[in-house]
Write a protein that binds this ligand. Structure first.
Ligand SMILES: Cc1cc2nc3c(=O)[nH]c(=O)nc-3n(C[C@H](O)[C@H](O)[C@H](O)COP(=O)(O)O)c2cc1C
Length: 161
């Protein structure tokens, strides 16, 4: 089985999660990891599964993820799809995932998961740092990747046929 894991990441958390997922599934399958920012548009034809991961910023995901989905939607709807988000607001996980990904793609997905979040104040630009300090009242770095959710997601892909 050939699997594309396509992600976008501003400060590295979603990238870390995409790599953790790939490490778990590439023991048995051919996995291609693609950063939306750096890559040429992927040729989706060769993939059985497409996993798309993105972080949430002010209720939205990164524009390159939205562009990837919009550009490839008809073909994505012919694939097995897994979606994951990295987001710090634990009360709004379901509602934010539904906002972030196209509704048709969300309905078509075999798995939608929350892989956790990181808030590294020293990596942030000044505006992001201000928002996080003043709005979210975060005073120190937070590292909260949900490895059990990544394992569950990987197992679901590995057990699919
Ligand atoms: C400026 C800013 C705004 C954010 N807005 C949201 C938000 O609206 N909802 C949420 O759940 N998390 C929010 N977060 C948390 C990010 O989703 C979290 O830090 C995520 O791990 C970032 O992933 P990345 O490092 O791959 O970019 C925000 C973080 C920052 C710095």
């Amino acid at each position: 089985m050939k699997i594309l894991v396509a992600y976008g990441s501003k400060y590295g958390c979603t990238e870390k999660c995409a790599k953790l997922l790939s490490d778990q599934i590439n023991r048995d399958h051919d996995v291609v990891l693609v950063d939306h920012k750096m890559s040429e548009p992927a040729n989706l034809e060769e993939f059985d599964w497409v996993v798309i991961g993105g972080p949430i910023y002010m209720g939205k995901t990164l524009p390159e993820i939205v562009a990837f989905i919009n550009h490839n939607l008809p073909e994505l709807l012919t694939k097995k799809i897994g979606l994951f988000i990295c987001a710090a607001d634990l009360d709004k996980v379901v509602e934010q995932s539904q906002l972030v990904f196209d509704p048709e793609l969300t309905r078509h997905a075999k798995a939608i998961e929350h892989f956790g979040y990181e808030l590294s104040l020293e990596k942030m630009d000044i505006i992001s740092k201000m928002i996080i300090r003043m709005v979210a009242r975060v005073k120190e770095n937070q590292y909260n990747i949900f490895t059990e959710n990544i394992e569950k997601f990987a197992a679901m892909i590995l057990n699919s046929n």
